[in-house]
Design a protein around this ligand. Structure first.
Ligand SMILES: Nc1ncnc2c1ncn2[C@@H]1O[C@H](COP(=O)(O)OP(=O)(O)O)[C@@H](O)[C@H]1O
Ligand SMILES: [Mg+2]
Length: 232
């Protein structure tokens, strides 16, 4: 099947099974979906529906049991582990419900890491990190460690880390699930600003109807299958 040039991610007949105590658990059942460049997609559904598993596989952090995941038309699971890791670092920004920042490092150092993995020197990595931290309103928190930041600030550092290399795709798993309304709105607004300014595609797993409604499209997962897509 031809892949449109604007298609950023294409998931084809994706299945995922886990094997536990001699039992097969079918977590994803033949999922098909597409994300265009700059598109905003929400993935909703009850706990255990398979949302996080789908996001992990779209992000190449876990492998499918069957089917394919194409990024820019490329079957990325065919690549070597090293090539895939380097590509993932540059092309996908991840945001999780809990920030997953390194506790011993400052906000600035945490945000420098993706550039340093790419081989950038400390000076240029530091400049990039500082710029994006200013952009998310944390210019006065550069030297703070995660434990010295509020929950909302920690999540904005995590957002800065996800955005620092200007990836075409952000995958966020309940990014506001641990935040109050004010901080949720700050994180949401930042995600949407970057979406508009940089044609950044967003795939967001969320229980928030408000956040889901701010996306172009909502996919409802139920028991490992797509139950409904809005708008159709
Ligand atoms: N590593 C694993 N081993 C076995 N079962 C798993 C594993 N990861 C997830 N599951 C199961 O897959 C189902 C979907 O999990 P998940 O994708 O985390 O759902 P959601 O994010 O929608 O709450 C759940 O029943 C969960 O127990
Ligand atoms: Mg989940």
């Amino acid at each position: 099947m031809a892949v449109e040039s604007s298609t950023l991610v294409r998931v084809e007949a994706l299945t995922k099974e886990f094997y536990l105590d001699g039992e097969t658990i079918r977590v994803l059942k033949a999922i098909d979906l597409e994300v265009a460049a700059g598109e905003r997609l929400a993935i909703c559904g009850e706990s255990g529906a398979g949302k996080s598993t789908l996001l992990q596989i779209m992000g190449t952090l876990d492998k499918p049991t069957g089917g394919r995941v194409l990024h820019g038309g490329q079957d990325v699971f065919r690549w070597s582990v090293d090539r895939l890791a380097a590509w993932r670092n540059a092309h996908i920004g991840f945001v999780f419900q809990f920030h997953h920042l390194l506790p011993e490092f400052t906000a600035l150092e945490n945000v420098m890491i993706p550039a340093m993995i790419q081989g950038a020197g400390r000076k240029s990595a530091g400049e990039r990190a500082r710029r994006i931290l200013e952009r998310v309103g944390l210019e006065n928190r550069l030297r703070h460690k995660p434990g010295e930041l509020s929950g909302g600030e920690q999540q904005r550092v995590a957002l800065a880390r996800a955005l620092v290399l200007n990836p075409p795709l952000i995958l966020a798993d309940e990014p506001t699930g641990n935040l109050d309304l004010k901080n949720s709105l700050e994180v949401e607004n930042l995600l949407l600003e970057f979406n508009r300014e940089f044609d950044l595609a967003l795939v967001i797993v969320t229980h928030s109807q408000r956040l889901a409604q701010r996306m172009d499209k909502i996919i409802y997962l139920e028991d490992g299958s797509v139950r409904k897509v809005c708008p159709q």
